[in-house]
Design a protein around this ligand. Structure first.
Ligand code: ADP
Ligand code: MG
Ligand code: MG
Length: 889
């Protein structure tokens, strides 16, 4: 097994082995781009280390061989006293994890070689600056010294000299600083800074391996659902120097705007700087376009390279580069993260440029991004007090209470507050707070700052670099130029699409994408929003290729109509219990309390016409499309008053000697119906079988409504769905009665209704006996919410708040099984039932109506197991359509 690859040996498809950074460095090397030579230690070596606690035995010799080759190529040896070869040791996992893993620059410098470096560069200041950076990074990331101690020493040095930035420190200052840094290391790490270059390198490699299991890295992986066992590769890359004076510098760039997708020159550049200076917001960067004025030839070459990269990767790329005395070097590239809007726009732009086809375009976007684009935006016409403005780093409209540290952000959000995290700049320690916040506001840093990159990745609203706003994290306040002060707890509104920040709560308006789905904005119009045009094209393609149909969960005509506008091809779940609430509750009470058949029939008779009206409206708004109506499902006590309220009322009335006949009967009923586990109690089909007339009333209402629509020239396509069936006998009994009612109604009206009768599969027993159940069912609809509860044996209402966080933290599941279907458990029951059902009845219609129907990953699963449709809430319909298309293409 080979553990080390030279940059010339790899390519971009080897991300599993070489990590993203290493694979792309190799790809650029092979494209003939100027990449400093180096080699990559594989993720396999990391895995061996993580599993066994030590590096694979062959690694040392392999590294030596590659280092020898590198030294030969560069004509100098690592750390050689008179002319040292220096390298960076850089982490790079398969998935980019911004700021999560640590990189050490200038490895190879020591007391012995710092003078040699100075002599070679003809710049003493530079050599000492590089050395102090090495000790600082090494001390922090390899030896675990608190980074603030170095920052403080640096800050003190600047203050002592009365200068503002690190470039104003001269060689002598930096030399003193090196001594101080070394003292910090000795004191804090309990060992001296290692002087042997190879030891520096080996320790740094090991530190990169170890950082895979750092807390921040683990948190990020859980967030992004990255598996924990991939390991990271390590890149050893010969150093180039951006800190060699004003003709040197370092920068980051995008081949197009990651916020809008627009082509152009996007990026930041910092003269006389090294490594992360540009993203750390230490000094103010200049826009990339200014590089043309600073160093035209390098700028031109960079533009050429960016074009090459875009054409090669056929996608937006982001880039890290360094200019060393007028020579451009490429240090990193990858297919860049982008906002949701940019994803759609770039995908269609690339189709227009002929770089990708439509099928590929569909893979370049996803349902989560579409969902993001459907969020409302601020109403700009509303009178809003502008607090300040920064860079629109990640779109969205966020309103919340100002907090100035991550801890408070997490604490407040746990207690249900919406918060905006305000920081001067963020760093990886802020990750928890960023996750908890509605939005993020920073006063420093550009589009490529930590805050911006991470927020975009998480789909969080972010405004960064609002330089006019003075953030005081100690006093927990923010001061605007006009003197307005925002204290912790004050509400502010942050617009990540424009970069504007407002005092107080600004009202929001629907997004143009929703306006488009609503039919209030047309993609064909000349002045249509570019984004709307892009979404329209991608959706059209998804609709053309998808096999899964998409229905809505809707109980009223209004929702049904919206669902239809959003592209629903029917209703997959109409919950009839919603029709039993409000003023009708009283009738339901009467039904529940009935002690004679006559009273019960009376109550049912009163409900019948009301139900019928509801169905007529619903069938009308879904004319020509299937409407699945589920018969009453929840436990009856849900329709009765709360037991405590009622007890109090009865007790009060008793003490006041007021009449309370009715309440007393109610209370008795509540007690009678009280269940320890209502979820597993008298509900669903069980209700239909023990409360005479209930289901037949509902079936009659459906049948009568269908007859009425037929008479009106409509095309009603009702499907009657029996909930919580566990055995075919239950279904047969209900069917027998239902069929009788339907035949009656057909006879009375002289019509043929073509009503389908089917069942939900939401109990493990139903899934396991699906072959039998299909004898009596014309369709199955998987109720994956209940199925998840019953398969796992936990009740959603109880467990999500109590132990799910712990489970997620422990990695027992990467995501709640209520959010994304548990393929291995719940999913295999779905697959099994689908297969058994179809074996009995080849034309059995199969759908899903749990909330998973609108979850991107679950949609792919339902496509794979061959369901006919998914049903989800109206607002998720576009997401389901898109993901169904992606699953099929
Ligand atoms: P990250 O994954 O955090 O981006 P990198 O490995 O890319 O970490 O390195 C951090 C910074 O150091 C980047 O700005 C990168 O461009 C710079 N850098 C890395 N290696 C070298 C090198 N050999 N010469 C000059 N700069 C380097
Ligand atoms: Mg980093
Ligand atoms: Mg980088």
């Amino acid at each position: 097994q080979k553990f080390v690859y030279d940059f010339t040996e790899g390519n971009k498809d080897l991300k599993d082995l070489l990590g993203g950074k290493g694979a792309n460095l190799a790809e650029m090397t092979n494209l003939g781009l100027p990449v400093p030579p180096g080699f990559t230690i594989t993720t396999e070596a990391c895995k061996v280390y993580l599993e066994s606690g030590s590096e694979p035995s062959a690694l040392r010799d392999e590294v030596s061989a590659h280092l020898d080759a590198l030294e030969t190529k560069m004509g100098k040896k690592l750390g050689q006293a008179d002319d040292p070869l220096l390298v960076s040791v850089r982490s790079g996992a398969k998935f980019s994890m911004p700021g999560m893993m640590d990189t050490v620059l200038n490895i190879g410098l020591s007391d012995a070689s710092v003078a040699g470096l100075a002599a070679q560069a003809g710049d003493e200041r530079f050599a000492w600056d590089s050395y102090r950076r090495l000790i600082q990074m090494f001390g922090k990331t390899v030896l675990g010294v608190d980074g603030d101690l170095f920052e403080e020493a640096l800050e003190n040095a600047k203050q002592a000299k009365g200068v503002r930035t690190d470039v104003d420190l001269d060689a002598a200052d930096l030399r003193t600083l090196v001594d101080e840094f070394k003292a910090v290391v000795a004191k804090e790490a309990g060992r001296d800074f290692p002087q042997d270059p190879r030891e520096q390198m080996d320790l740094a490699v090991r530190a990169v391996f170890d950082s895979w299991n750092g807390e921040r890295a683990k948190l990020y992986r859980r967030q992004e659902r990255i598996p924990g066992d991939l390991g990271t590769a390590v890149n050893i890359c010969s150093m180039v120097f951006g800190n060699l004076g004003p003709d040197s510098g370092t920068g980051v760039a995008f081949t197009r705007d990651p916020a809008s997708g627009q082509q152009g020159v996007y990026g930041d550049y910092l003269q006389n700087a090294q490594g992360e200076d540009v993203v750390a917001g230490i000094r103010n960067t200049v826009p990339l376009a200014d590089l043309a004025g600073i160093d035209q030839p390098s700028y031109d070459e960079l533009m050429r390279i960016m074009e090459t990269l875009e054409n090669h990767y056929k996608d937006l790329c982001d880039i890290e580069f360094t200019i060393e005395r007028g020579k451009l070097w490429m240090l990193q590239t990858r297919v860049g993260k982008r906002t949701a809007a940019a994803a759609f726009r770039i995908a269609t732009q690339l189709v227009d440029q002929g770089l990708i086809d439509e099928a590929e375009a569909l893979q370049r976007v996803n349902g989560a991004q579409l969902a993001q684009l459907m969020f409302p935006r601020f109403d700009v016409s509303a009178k809003a007090e502008l607090l300040g403005r920064g860079i629109a780093a990640s779109p969205g409209a966020a309103v919340g209470k100002a907090v100035f540290d991550s801890y408070t952000a997490v604490k407040w959000s746990r207690s249900g507050e919406k918060v905006i995290l305000i920081r001067r700049e963020t760093n990886p320690d802020d990750l928890n707070g960023m996750i908890a916040a509605e939005g993020i506001l920073t006063s420093r840093g550009g589009k490529t700052s930590h805050a911006a990159v991470v927020a975009r990745g998480m789909g969080k609203t972010c405004v960064c670099g609002a330089e006019d706003l003075e953030v005081d994290t100690k006093r927990r306040c923010l001061t605007a130029p006009g003197g307005v002060v925002i204290e912790e707890g004050d509400v502010i509104s942050v617009d990540g699409s424009t970069g504007k920040v407002y005092v107080g709560e600004v009202p929001v308006v629907p997004s143009p994408v929703v306006e488009y789905f609503e039919g209030r904005m047309h993609a064909g119009a000349d002045d249509a929003d570019e984004l709307v045009k892009a979404v329209h094209r991608v959706m059209a393609y998804a609709d053309r290729v998808r096999r899964l149909r998409v229905r809505a969960n809707a109980d009223n005509a209004e929702d049904a109509a919206r669902a239809r506008r959003f592209g629903a091809q029917g209703i997959g779940l109409c919950r009839t219990e919603h029709m039993f609430l409000g003023e009708r509750r009283e009738m339901v009470e009467r039904l529940i309390l009935a002690d004679t058949d006559a009273v019960r029939d009376e109550a049912l008779k009163a409900l019948l016409p009301l139900q019928q009206r509801d169905f007529v409206d619903l069938f009308e708004s879904m004319d020509g499309l299937p409407v699945t109506v589920r018969l009453l499902d929840p436990p009856l006590h849900e329709f009765l008053p709360d037991i405590t309220d009622l007890s109090v009322r009865v007790a009060l009335a008793e003490s006041r000697k007021e009449p309370h006949e009715n309440d007393l009967r109610l209370l008795q009923a509540v007690h009678r119906l009280h269940e320890q586990n209502p979820m597993l109690g008298l509900r669903g089909v069980r209700l239909g079988l023990v409360i005479p007339g209930l289901f037949t009333m509902q079936v009659r209402a459906i049948a009568e409504a269908a007859a009425e629509r037929l008479a009106a020239g409509g095309d009603p396509r009702a499907e009657i769905m029996i909930p919580l069936v566990g055995t075919v006998q239950e279904l047969e009994l209900v069917r027998e009665e239902a069929d009788k009612v339907i035949t009656d109604v057909e006879a009375e009206h002289g019509v043929e209704l073509k009503l389908a009768i089917g069942t939900m599969i939401e109990l493990p027993r139903a899934a396991l006996t699906a072959g039998q159940i299909a004898e009596a069912a014309q369709f199955f609809s998987f109720g994956t919410n209940d199925l998840t509860q019953t398969v796992w044996g936990f009740s959603r209402d109880d467990v999500e708040a109590s132990f799910f966080t712990a489970y997620l933290e422990k990695g027992i599941f990467g995501v709640s099984p209520f959010e994304t279907i548990d393929r291995d458990g719940v999913g295999s029951l779905v697959a099994l039932a689908a297969k058994a059902g179809r074996a009995t009845r080849p034309d059995l219609k199969l759908g899903v109506c749990g909330e998973h129907g609108g979850d991107p990953e679950s949609v792919h699963f339902f496509h794979e197991v061959g369901l006919d449709y998914v049903s989800c809430s109206p607002f998720r319909i576009p997401v389901a359509r898109l993901e169904a298309g992606r699953a099929a293409s």
